[in-house]
Design a protein around this ligand. Structure first.
Ligand SMILES: *Cc1c(COP(=O)(O)O)cnc(C)c1O
Length: 359
C-alpha cells in the first residue's frame, strides 16, 4: 500500500515556525515570541464579538460591507479598493497569487517577515531576496535594482519584522518612482501604529499618488485581535478585484468583522494601549543598549537584538528566566514588547546574558 502522492515541489515550502509558548513556571513567565498584545480585548470589543456570536449559524457578509465602507473612508479611497482577509497574511496571499505565478519573481528584503517566502513559493513564483543594509534597514536602491522583466511584485515591510526598522517616506517615493507602474509594490504596515519615526511613509498620500501601490494593514498587532484573524489591504481598483477572486470563500468571519468595527470605534482607548507599549519599547531599547547589545531603531511592538553568534546563548538565558522570544540562529533575537513587568524581566535576563561567559 502506498501513501497519497504529494506535489513534486513540496520540499521548496519553508516550514512555518509558530512562536514558542511561554516556558513552564515556577514563577511568572512571558510569551514574547509572536508580537501579540499583552492585553485582552476591550469590553466594548468583547461585547461586539458576543453579539455577533448569535448569528454564528449564518454565513458572514462576504463583502464585509460595513467594515469596507469604514476603512475606505479612513483612507480616503473608493470602497472597491479595500480588500479584507483572514489576517493580513491572507491579504498578502491574495496579492501574491493575483500578480505572480510560475516563472514570475517577487522581490523583497531579507531578513523580513517569515511568511513571505512560503507565500511566494505557494503561488509557484520565485522569491528574490535582497539582503538588508547596515543596521537591519531595507536597502531600497538594491530592491529597485533587483527588478527585472520577470518581476511582478516588490514587497517592503515597514517597520520591518524582525529588525524593527522603518523606511522613510522619501525612500518609498524613490522606490515607487523607480519601479515601473506595471509592477505592483507592497507596503506591509503591520506595525505602523507603533511607528514614532518622524519621516515614516505617509501611506494615504502615497496611495493617492501611485497607481501600483498596495498597502496592507492588520488588526492583529496594535488592535489586539490576533486571534480573530482579520486584516486588509488598499490596492488599485483592478488589482483589488483580482485579489478578491483569490480570496477563500467566507474567510473573514462575522465575529472578526464585528470585532474590527468595534475596535475602530474604540480607537482612542486602543491608542493609549499602543502608547504604553511604545513607552516600554523605548525603555527596553535604552536598557539593552546600555548593557552593550546591538539594538537597531525599534519602531514596532518588538525589539531586535542583533546578537549574532551569541543568539543561542541569549535565547537560552531568556528561556531559563521564563521568557520565550524568537531566535533567528546566528542573527539575533526578536523580543515582543508587552507589560512593564515583562520589560523588567527581559532587562534582567539580558543583563545576565551580557555578563555570562561565552559558550
Ligand atoms: C503579523 C504580521 C502580519 C499579519 O499578520 P496577520 O495576523 O495575518 O494579520 C503581516 N506582516 C507582518 C510583517 C507581520 O509581522
Amino acid at each position: 500500500m502506498s501513501a497519497p502522492r504529494l506535489r513534486g515541489d513540496l520540499d521548496r515550502f519553508p516550514v512555518y515556525r509558530p512562536g514558542r509558548p511561554a516556558p513552564a513556571g515556577p514563577g511568572r513567565t512571558y510569551k514574547l515570541s509572536s508580537n501579540e498584545s499583552p492585553l485582552g480585548p476591550l469590553p466594548s470589543v468583547r461585547d461586539a464579538i458576543a453579539e455577533a456570536a448569535s448569528r454564528a449559524h449564518l454565513y458572514p457578509d462576504w463583502t464585509a460591507a460595513a467594515l469596507v465602507a469604514t476603512l475606505a473612508e479612513r483612507h480616503g479611497v473608493e470602497e472597491g479598493r479595500v480588500v479584507v482577509g483572514s489576517g493580513s497574511s491572507e491579504v498578502l496571499s491574495q496579492l501574491i497569487r493575483a500578480v505572480a505565478g510560475p516563472g514570475d519573481e517577487v522581490v523583497y528584503a531579507w531578513r523580513s517577515f517569515e511568511a513571505y517566502p512560503s507565500l511566494v513559493v505557494a503561488a509557484g513564483a520565485t522569491p528574490v531576496q535582497v539582503p538588508l543594509a547596515q543596521g537591519g534597514r531595507h536597502d531600497m536602491p538594491a530592491l529597485a535594482a533587483a527588478v527585472t522583466p520577470a518581476t511582478r511584485l516588490v514587497m517592503v515591510c515597514s517597520p520591518n519584522n524582525p529588525t524593527g526598522t522603518t523606511v522613510t517616506h522619501e525612500e518609498m517615493v524613490a522606490l515607487l518612482e523607480a519601479v515601473p507602474t506595471d509592477v505592483a509594490v507592497l507596503l506591509d504596515e503591520a506595525y505602523c501604529e507603533f511607528d514614532r519615526s518622524e519621516d515614516g511613509p505617509r501611506a494615504d498620500a502615497l496611495l493617492a499618488a501611485y497607481p501600483h501601490l498596495v498597502v496592507a494593514r492588520t488588526f492583529s498587532k496594535a488592535w489586539g485581535l490576533a486571534g480573530m484573524r482579520i486584516g486588509y489591504g488598499v490596492a488599485p481598483l483592478g488589482l483589488a478585484a483580482a485579489m478578491r477572486r483569490m480570496a477563500i470563500a467566507f474567510g473573514v468571519t462575522g465575529l472578526a468583522q464585528a470585532a474590527a468595527l468595534a475596535s475602530l470605534e474604540a480607537e482612542g482607548e486602543l491608542a493609549e494601549r499602543v502608547a504604553d507599549v511604545v513607552a516600554q519599547r523605548d525603555r527596553l531599547v535604552a536598557a539593552l543598549r546600555g548593557q552593550g547589545w546591538d539594538v537597531p531603531d525599534a519602531q514596532g511592538n518588538f525589539v531586535w537584538v542583533a546578537a549574532g553568534d551569541s543568539t543561542d546563548a541569549l535565547g537560552r538565558v531568556l528561556y531559563d528566566n521564563g521568557i520565550s522570544a524568537r531566535e533567528f540562529e546566528g542573527e539575533g533575537v526578536r523580543i515582543t514588547v508587552g507589560s512593564s513587568d515583562a520589560t523588567d524581566a527581559v532587562i534582567a535576563a539580558c543583563a545576565l546574558a551580557a555578563t555570562a561567559p561565552a559558550g
